[in-house]
Ligand binder design. Sequence first.
Ligand SMILES: Nc1ncnc2c1ncn2[C@@H]1O[C@H](COP(=O)(O)OP(=O)(O)OP(=O)(O)O)[C@@H](O)[C@H]1O
Length: 196
Amino acid sequence: MRVAVTGTPGTGKTTATTALADRFDAIVEAGTSTAAAIVDGEATVDELTEDDICHLNDLIESESLYTDVDEDRDSVIADMDALESVVDDRAPVVVDSHLAHHLPADRVVVLRCEPNELARRLRERGEVAEKAHENAESEALDVILAEAVESHGMESVYEIDTTERTPDDVADRIVDVLTGEREPSAGTVDFVGYLQ
Ligand SMILES: Nc1ncnc2c1ncn2[C@@H]1O[C@H](COP(=O)(O)OP(=O)(O)OP(=O)(O)O)[C@@H](O)[C@H]1O
């Protein structure tokens, strides 16, 4: 069972999935004690731990899983084949990154954020205005949502609007996806007004 948590940079993937680790004990205590149980009600592993969350961007850096460095954009070009192989070996339950939906997954959570708020978050994080604006536009155009639906189908995609939600609230909603308490939802968020 793998849940990808993806979304435009700044939507809060790392923040929410870090908060998510605190929920695992509660899931285990509640009796849905395994990754497989979360999907189909059958238990096969004992518990969820922090190791069941994989932050792909950290992994790409720490294991040098990239083919090139883009100096202009201050970023790297991930080696997706190598990344997929390392992630498969580690078998995490939750994979977080704006690249997560490019890997195989059973369910795909797409975090969303109103573009002006997204740009504000990115600026506050220290990104330059141009990069913040670029990401805000990409968010308004549903770029990652469209990629996720194309790769995984509407029936596997779950949008969560983080605009007015705390990271803890977002983590709770990801738990609902993990435990199957939430129906798939794609196309429920509309930020196209930002482009007008
Ligand atoms: N729910 C939220 N409400 C308000 N601010 C948030 C929320 N989630 C994250 N932030 C803030 O927004 C910024 C971006 O968050 P974060 O780094 O988690 O995003 P990300 O989607 O993981 O980005 P990237 O793809 O670049 O890693 C951070 O400064 C964080 O503190």
